[in-house]
Design a binder for this molecule. Structure first.
Ligand code: PLP
Length: 430
């Protein structure tokens, strides 16, 4: 494949944009470097780059593109919205319609507020939990990503009785000291954290199905135990459904798994590809937010007409019968095919899949926590990534990310992908 134009544009990007990218995960640093491919156009399950190469896309913009690129119903809604003015700064009926749709889909949402990103949504749920409980500390799980606000850029201490340390330059030590990080799927360490800090903990931040060190499901009973222990100690449970809401089931991961949080943060998925975030939950907790309560949260772009109408259009599409069944069916064909190829070529790899989302880990063991994901073979992934890219399969450039199937992928796309996987494995074994 020829990447001349991508390379030229990326050289310009390196001069004009810090690091050449507007979000670090877009660089190819984690897969051995090189100029990231510059995409020109997306259509359905496909991307076309600036050199005219075509790709089957499994990045799906890190999750939100559930209905494929430029879905006609969503595109039409965005065009219509733009024609009527893109930003009002006043209430609009679309905000109400979309909030009603979210509430109807996700029963734990008694009240909702729109913001502009997952980062904002999570940051605000933490503030609200702190205001409600009048406590400061939060617990989160190792390897889960919750955006880039100070409180969630905190690394684990050396155990559940230790407070965190900054995971980014610029995060104050004092902020990191408000965060305890424990391994996902390890209820004993979670209990121990509460044993040490129980009466100081405002909330527990959980990705109910992890999407940020691959796709990792909670063990049977884990989330219910998290809820029970947190509530016993007067702490709130906050689900970060920025990736999971509407990805696996219309009612979110909480509906799929049958466990109810006190607050939920939403992000990219609900905007049909436009910038968005939302948070919501129990009415008595949400009433602490301004203008009703003393907890401040605001936003000029919050609830803007374009994002609202794109979000409404997205929900209209994925609410249709059979959407999730088809994502699961295609996901299973991809998983089964890859497992057969892993066996055939004796590749040291395992797969985690839930419906239309999947991760390949270059390791022998089943991955259930971040430490295991960290220990998978990054060099093997980097090689695999480049081999796939060169055959027109666009994956996220990191061993920690998921593959996302969209409603626009076909069985033929999956079969073509499996051919590419076979070629990649053959190259990796010689
Ligand atoms: N929470 C989760 C689970 C995410 O995956 C992300 C982004 O990848 C965020 C929060 C932050 O969202 P945003 O990038 O919209 O700020």
């Amino acid at each position: 494949m020829n990447f001349t134009n991508s390379e030229k544009i990326q050289q310009r990007a390196n001069e004009a944009i810090l690091g050449g990218v507007n979000s670090p995960s877009r660089s190819y640093k984690a897969v051995g470097g090189g100029a990231p491919v510059v995409m020109a156009r997306g259509e359905g399950a496909y991307f076309y780059d600036v050199d005219g190469n075509k790709y089957i896309d499994y990045l799906a913009a890190y999750g939100p593109i559930i209905t494929g690129h430029a879905h006609p119903h969503i595109t039409e809604a965005i065009k219509r919205a733009a024609e009527n003015g893109v930003l009002y700064g006043t209430p609009t009926e679309h905000e109400v319609v979309f909030a009603e749709m979210l509430k109807e889909a996700i029963p734990s949402l008694e009240k909702v507020r729109f913001v502009n990103s997952g980062t904002e949504a999570v940051m605000t749920t933490i503030r609200v939990a702190r205001a409600f409980t009048k406590r400061d500390k939060i617990i989160k799980f190792a390897g889960c990503y919750h955006g880039h606000s100070d409180l969630v850029l905190v690394a684990a201490g050396s155990g559940p009785s230790q407070l965190g340390t900054p995971d980014s330059a610029g995060v104050p030590k004092s902020v990191a000291q408000e965060v305890i990080t424990v391994p996902f799927n390890d209820i004993e360490q979670f209990k121990e954290a509460f044993h040490h800090f129980g009466d100081q903990i405002a909330g527990v931040l959980v990705e109910p199905i992890v999407g940020n060190f691959g796709i990792v499901e909670p063990k049977e009973g884990f989330l219910q135990a998290v809820n029970d222990i947190a509530h016993e100690h007067g702490a709130l449970v906050i689900y970060d459904e920025v990736i999971t809401a509407f990805r696996f089931m219309y009612g979110g991961a909480q509906d799929l798994l049958g466990v109810k949080p006190d607050l939920t943060a939403f992000g990219k998925v609900i905007g049909g590809g436009l910038p968005i975030g939302a948070y919501g939950g129990r009415q008595d907790i949400m009433e602490h937010v301004a203008p009703l309560g003393p907890t401040y949260q605001a936003g000029t772009m919050a609830g803007n007409p374009l994002s609202m109408q794109a979000g409404i259009a997205l929900l209209e599409v994925i609410k249709q019968d059979g959407v999730y069944e088809e994502l699961d069916r295609l996901g299973k064909i991809l998983e089964d095919g890859m497992l057969a190829l892993i066996k055939k070529y004796n590749i040291r790899a395992t797969i985690n899949r839930l419906m239309g989302a999947m991760t390949i880990y270059f390791t022998d063991e089943k991955v259930v926590n971040y430490e295991q994901a960290e220990n998978t073979d990054g060099e093997a992934f980097a090689k695999f990534f480049k081999l796939m890219l060169n055959q027109g399969i666009n994956l996220a450039p990191s061993k920690y990310e998921a593959w996302f199937i969209t409603t626009e992928h076909t069985e033929q796309d999956i079969q073509e992908t499996l051919k590419a996987v076979e070629n990649a494995f053959m190259s990796m074994t010689v």
